[in-house]
Design a protein around this ligand. Structure first.
Ligand SMILES: [Fe+2]
Length: 314
């Protein structure tokens, strides 16, 4: 059901896009900063729907950055050559910054193919991101196949897990490593020593506990970097990943966003996984720009004392 909102002269609607997650925001111009009332409404809708799509926006990079920083400080991207002017603005495209259509084997395109695997952004950081924001500048024509951004809801996916799988996952950690993208996509050039040193591998719990959601749990894993699970052999870890990837792909957890030009999509990396559905890279051009809102916490696992107390009352 569509919800009409009024705040300080703004009149807009927030409409859920699926049973799984997500809402569209119509009638709100995000090119200048929100007043505090509107920002409060948007924050609440974000917490409730996990993904918001603001339609029909006209944004320069500066405005994209200004919009994004209302939700927190921005991350700086770990590799040179992928950003546009400002190092906080990531150029997600099969088109170079000079407008040249890139070959399908160009590393920037291979990165996009790798992001076809379910993942959550910047999980390779000790304090992973809060949210990602993606703005559609050039998008595929309506009749093109693929190109959607898929999302899967890790709160509902966790809740629907069989009890034995919940118990199995409870003590586990996954390794997350930016450099290890190259294991899955060997054609991507190695990182510089400085870049690697800045982002050593980290581990995070496979189940995440959310203090801001009354200690609700969700799944938290990624399948586009390392596939190691602590305490398991690599083969066992890979097998668990395959199971999880199949599981979170179930339609009841998912929503696939079909891009329109000038869409501004923001999603919650704490509770959603996402993936880029492949399209014909050689035939179509696409240009998106991304910012990432940094996180300020390590991931709380179910074995944290605070989480245990919340779960058991002791
Ligand atoms: Fe991503």
């Amino acid at each position: 059901m569509s919800l009409a909102k009024q705040s300080s002269g703004n009149s807009f609607t927030i409409t859920p896009v699926s049973d799984a997650l997500g809402a569209e925001v119509f009638g709100l111009d995000v090119s200048s900063p929100f007043d505090s009332e509107t920002l409060g409404i948007i924050r609440e809708a974000f917490q409730q729907h996990h993904m918001l799509c603001f339609r029909e926006q006209a944004l320069e990079d500066e405005q994209l950055v200004a919009f994004s920083t209302q939700f927190g400080p921005l991350e700086v991207f770990p590799e040179k050559g992928h950003t546009k002017d400002k190092i906080e603005v990531y150029h997600v495209a099969n088109v170079s910054l000079d407008g040249e259509h890139l070959a399908s084997e160009d590393p920037k395109v291979v990165y996009q193919r790798n992001n076809g695997r379910w993942h959550t952004d910047s999980s390779y950081r000790y304090e992973p991101s809060l949210a990602s924001i993606l703005y559609g500048i050039e998008v595929l024509p309506d009749d093109a196949k693929g190109g959607e951004t898929g999302f899967s809801n890790m709160l509902t996916a966790y809740a629907a897990l069989p009890d034995d799988m919940k118990a199995k996952l409870e003590p586990l950690h996954q390794v997350h490593s930016y450099a290890d993208i190259r294991r899955l996509e060997p054609s991507i050039p190695p990182m510089s020593v400085e870049e690697r040193d800045a982002f050593p591998p980290v581990t995070h719990p496979v189940l995440r506990v959310h203090p801001d959601r009354d200690y609700q749990r969700s799944l938290y894993f990624t399948s586009n970097t390392s596939l190691e699970i602590g305490g398991m052999t690599l083969e066992e870890g890979k097998a668990l990943h395959r199971w999880l990837v199949d599981y979170v792909s179930r339609p009841e957890f998912c929503y696939f966003h079909r891009w329109r030009k000038n869409d501004l999509v923001m999603w919650d990396n704490r509770v959603l996984l996402h993936r880029a559905i492949e399209y014909d890279f050689a035939h179509y051009r696409r240009v998106l720009r991304r910012t990432t809102i940094g996180g300020d916490k390590t991931i709380m696992g179910p074995f944290w004392p605070e989480a245990r107390t919340a779960a058991t009352g002791r």
